[in-house]
Design a binder for this molecule. Structure first.
Ligand SMILES: C[C@](O)(CO)[C@H](O)COP(=O)(O)OP(=O)(O)OC[C@H]1O[C@@H](n2ccc(N)nc2=O)[C@H](O)[C@@H]1O
Ligand SMILES: Nc1ncnc2c1ncn2[C@@H]1O[C@H](COP(=O)(O)OP(=O)(O)OP(=O)(O)O)[C@@H](O)[C@H]1O
Length: 296
């Protein structure tokens, strides 16, 4: 019999990211690409809750439409953590999904990272951030950066991370309603893979680009249309391998104004860029409450 012993209805945030730029420098022998990118954490995303049990069962309480539980990055992350730590505990996991899937804003990777960070705390398995990031890398190139939770420059396949705090900005993120597979873009023959390596100290948004953008614009007219619309209001760019595009604003109200003009066929959100992700804030709060109750 499966008895849930701890009911924890606390929500753990699973934020989105934007690639403020994405340069492709080359390709490794295993087919993965050598990148340079600036990952901007947002204060907006999905939410996860974990009901811990003593039977070792790991399952979704809210299955994700179109994704089998065994393929869900949340379940795969929980199972990898359980295997590595040999914990006898399990979890029933609830997901409140609001990030578009396949949008280039890292939803699945962020869900996996939140699962690793939250269960490491709730199961008391005490792995280091470094160990969690290593587990995360087995699930996807972007998972380690969400585990670390800081706006950062990234290189290698995305796993070599240097924190890079950015001035506060607001972003309008719009979804052209097309699903683009990362694999499709990275295997395209016409993708350029020869951008020279950049010194982080020289970073300026306007001197960078997304090397996947031209290819996606050529293949997906909806992305082209959305970018053409947005660029009238602010410098606009695609994130990751698409499909979402974003525009930065110095002020929330400016971002809201442009969102108000966006044709309703395109879904969008306005989010604040943050240097520390809401997941880190949540973990800190959890740890401080637990440290207090430990001493009681
Ligand atoms: C390009 C980015 O979207 C930037 O945020 C990500 O690095 C992609 O991260 P992701 O979706 O977590 O990627 P993964 O799930 O690891 O890989 C999906 C596919 O993308 C390709 N891929 C990914 C990352 C990378 N540095 N080089 C690649 O060639 C590989 O073909 C891989 O099969
Ligand atoms: N928990 C999850 N949330 C979203 N997608 C998931 C999840 N688990 C598995 N997937 C699979 O991963 C695919 C990519 O989803 P995701 O939202 O991470 O894309 P993305 O935003 O383009 O990611 P990235 O920016 O890292 O390339 C989905 O189409 C889905 O099949």
């Amino acid at each position: 019999m499966d008895i849930t012993v701890t009911v924890n209805k606390d929500w753990w945030p699973s934020p989105a990211k934007l690639n403020l730029f994405l340069h492709i420098l080359g390709r490794y022998d295993n087919g993965y690409h050598k990148l340079q990118s600036l990952f901007q954490m947002l204060d907006y995303g999905d939410k996860l809750a974990f009901d811990i049990n003593h039977t070792g069962t790991i399952a979704m309480s809210t299955p994700l439409k179109g994704v089998k539980d065994e393929d869900n990055l949340i379940i795969r992350a929980a199972k990898l953590l359980a295997a590595q730590t040999k914990t006898k505990l399990g979890a029933h996991i609830s997901l409140e999904k609001c990030l578009p899937m396949g949008g280039g804003i890292g939803g699945g990777s962020s869900n996996a990272a939140t699962t690793l960070v939250a269960l490491n705390a709730l199961w008391g398995t005490r792995l280091s951030v470094h160990q969690l990031a290593d587990i995360g890398l087995q699930l996807g190139a972007d998972v380690p950066i969400f585990v670390r939770g800081e706006t950062s420059f990234a290189e290698g396949v995305g796993e070599q991370i240097t924190p890079a705090p950015q001035p506060e900005q607001w972003f309008l993120v719009a979804n052209p309603n097309v699903h683009i597979s990362t694999g499709e873009i990275f295997t395209a023959q016409e993708l350029t893979r020869n951008t020279p390596s950049m010194d982080w100290a020289d970073y300026k948004f306007e001197e960078t680009r997304n090397d996947c953008q031209q290819l996606v614009v050529n293949r997906y007219p909806e992305v082209a249309k959305l970018l053409q619309w947005l660029v009238h209001y602010a410098p606009s760019r695609m994130t990751g391998t698409g499909a979402c595009v974003f525009a930065p604003f110095s002020d929330e109200s400016l971002a809201n104004d442009v969102q108000g003009k966006l044709p309703s066929s395109w879904q969008s959100f306005v989010a604040k860029g943050v240097n520390r992700s809401p997941l880190l804030e949540k973990l800190e709060k959890y740890n401080s409450v637990n440290a207090t109750s430990d001493t009681n």
